[in-house]
Design a protein around this ligand. Sequence first.
Ligand SMILES: [Mn+2]
Length: 458
Amino acid sequence: MGGSEAFEGFPKALFKERRRRVLEELGSGAMVLPAAPILHRTGDSELRYRADSELFYLTGFTEPEAVLVLRGFADEDRSVLFVRPRDDKAERWTGSRVGPERVPSLYGVDSARMFAQLGDCLPALLAGADRVFFRIGRDGAAERGVVQALEAARTKGQREGTGPRTVVDPGEILDELRLRKDAKEIAAMRAAASVTAAAVREGIDRVGPGIGEWEVEAEVEAGFRRRGASGPAFPTIVGSGPNACTLHYVLNSRRMEAGDLVLIDAGAERRMYSGDISRTVPVSGRFSSEQADVYRVVEEARTRAVAAVAPGVPFEKVHRAALGALVEGLIELGVLAGDSQSLIEKKAQEPYFPHRTSHWLGLDTHDVGSYAKDGVSRSLEPGMVLTVEPGLYFPGLTPGSKPGSKKGSPFAGIGIRIEDDVLVTEGGREVLTAELPTGPDEISALVGAIRTPKGRKR
Ligand SMILES: [Mn+2]
């Protein structure tokens, strides 16, 4: 971490500028942002700590037990960060702490205080605000302080005419800011996308008959870590055969069989930002004709949806582009019959395409920001990043039976999703994950493509 950087790749000045914008929007209000809680996997075994996205966005600070207080109404201490004290003994167990003494110079906030003093200080810090931006129900310590400030305002404020009377979700201000990525964020997202693409490529190389889904998962996640990512941004999905039709299948406990498809959906978290890629490949390196037919439909939907991404285009239009291609394809495949517009109106595709085409991507994998306002889809703007991930799923294959068997649909057991990460640019779009191909021939050529360390091709 450099002297002017609050976090790798993110200068202190950038966070200060973000806080300045928030303070401006706060006007006579205040904002209270607690750090994410320390979570346990079992008993007292802690999960690796992941900082809160909002607190990170405004500070670059990544330690637990911290609270940022922003005071738009105040002349001094407009930004106050509560942090844990230095503690040699504790630091020997859980690692170094910045400590309140160094926080103002390293993070550019006006002042820092001890986390343990939060309860005593918070009501006074909020006393001059007319409203508090705070998320209820997440952090007990901060919430007690906010509630005290509200109670004080109700009693004293009656005579003095001051104090907060309203609580507002911080997302009201922060979501819109986070939705439009700046140059540093775009750089981090390019890195996350690139790490994800390279690691999923290695995962696809591992695919083969008899190989466990877990081995592909291990390869993908090793690829993340080898490239400096902090790990998976969400549980890696490796779903082969019928598992490809379970949208959030994460057990990854089945051995792949020749003739199966395997759907990989994974994302690296690199410098706090998330990648998110899905690819579906034939386990033995060649699509069957039914698999190829379905694959071409999904790939056409992906192509059309990506092509629809441009500034000024309603978010919904990207979904519509994918939907049109999927429904036309389902008609051609003989799965649906009728005219595509009326089929879409009847949601006839839902048994095969139960999810949406896109979500925002950023610090959160399913990033913040509204998709519509008052029922009207929002327009895309340069700097927004969204996934494009159409899919088709034909569940209902009974264990042991094969896709294409006489029973039921010839497509039974096929599940295909193809997902890219797309940045909206001035001129249209940039596919951040383009280095991993999507075409059926290119992607199936990657199955088992890299020689194993022993020099033996599987
Ligand atoms: Mn996704």
